[in-house]
Design a binder for this molecule. Sequence first.
Ligand SMILES: [Ca+2]
Ligand SMILES: [Ca+2]
Length: 486
Amino acid sequence: MFLCMAVLCPLHATDLRSAPERVTAWGDEILYFVIVDRFADGDPNNNANVDIEGRGAFHGGDLKGLIKQLDYIADLGVTAVWITPVVKQIPKYVSSVGFPDWGYHGYWAEDFYQLDERFGTEDDLKKLVDEAHKRKIKILLDVVYNHAGYMSAYTKRPDANDWLRTGRRESLCGDDDITMCLSGLPDFKTEKPEVRDYLITYAVELAKRTGLDGFRLDTVKHIEHDFWQEHRERCNDVLGKDFFLLGEVWGGDHKVLDPYFRTDELDSGFDFGFKGSAQAFVQGRGRTIAFSRYLLKRHKIRDDYLVSHYLSSHDVPGALYELKNDKTLFKLCVGLKLTTLGLPMIYYGEEVGRFGGDWPENRTHMPWGKQSKQMPGAGKVQDADMLAFYKKLIQLRKAHPALSVGGMRELHVEGDLLAFARTKDGGEVWVAVNRAKGSVEAALDLPDTWKGKTVTEAMSGKPVKADGGKLNLKVPAQTIHIYTAE
Ligand SMILES: [Ca+2]
Ligand SMILES: [Ca+2]
């Protein structure tokens, strides 16, 4: 227990309720994540092994399809797209999960130096980058260094002799994070210089040729730190210091990620706690102040580094599914995602209410509504109201950098109303989330910078009356309000 007189240690007292601004590369980006095979089919001629009804089959999506949908993505307002790996995948499926399971997701490499024609060609990848850049959208490519696909060609190639831990007697899998065979996949001996060079070279050279903006790095904690340091040096040398590295350190948060930031191995990593914390909060589980303190703690991240947070992904059940399709509660989570610090990630289709589910239903294809010819069978209706909600929040986040990189100050953390200010350069934006099933009111002190200005609830565009130095918030049941002043 820490006790002090406010006069003697004001900083500590303040730290409990507020947190500083964060200025960092990519701090104001908004990321959209696409499983290439499940997004849009732009070329039926490359549809080998496609079974649109198969839960683990290729569904025909490709880079050409994604290029055709860049206007949709730009219209949504996101500024960066993360795509699943596009290297050549193992030629067969595995069936241990009870259905034919293929490398449609891109994480089961057969050959890192070829692209899988089912996803497209290197020219397609370059065109994707060029077309995205025309729309001021960056492209992050997912790359895997830890493992090859099941029974991949690397397990038989003479030039790759002794490159992998496969579980066979001569090359046993280890029992620690680095040397284990994750999900039984052949584990690259990334401690060997020739293996390192082979793996890193494929990715940085591909990025250089195609103009990529960064990598999303798979299975980071299963590879040595000094590999990642060497990787960063190679990226700096070949791709420049602005090349962005977003790492998947499973289970990570700003603290777990810090060893990777301290040595500059990554620019950003995922905050795996956001989804569960936000879902619990909107469902009334846990105290409001506890969720608020979690949000404040995220600001303790090391300067110049960034956490990325999300509600759904290809590795976890979607938030909408876990919230039992309660779109009202889901919207509160979306509101929190787009008004808090970090790099918010939108998993394809959640913006139009793609229900998803548990694995592998969390990887169903994108609903294109009337555009169903994009992908046969993908004609499910888009939730236009949800899409409008996302666009509105994205516009607000982009219009008010306080929402992305600003500091945070608690305004109200009692009962079911969470209200906080996001602060930047002396200005502020307020966010109020009411998780109760009834309306909640609170009279909060008007900041000096808002005095004499018109305060607007930005989601509705309606003015809010200030009275006697107070702003009277009236937040309807299970609603998010965002207040700005001009
Ligand atoms: Ca195709
Ligand atoms: Ca490993």
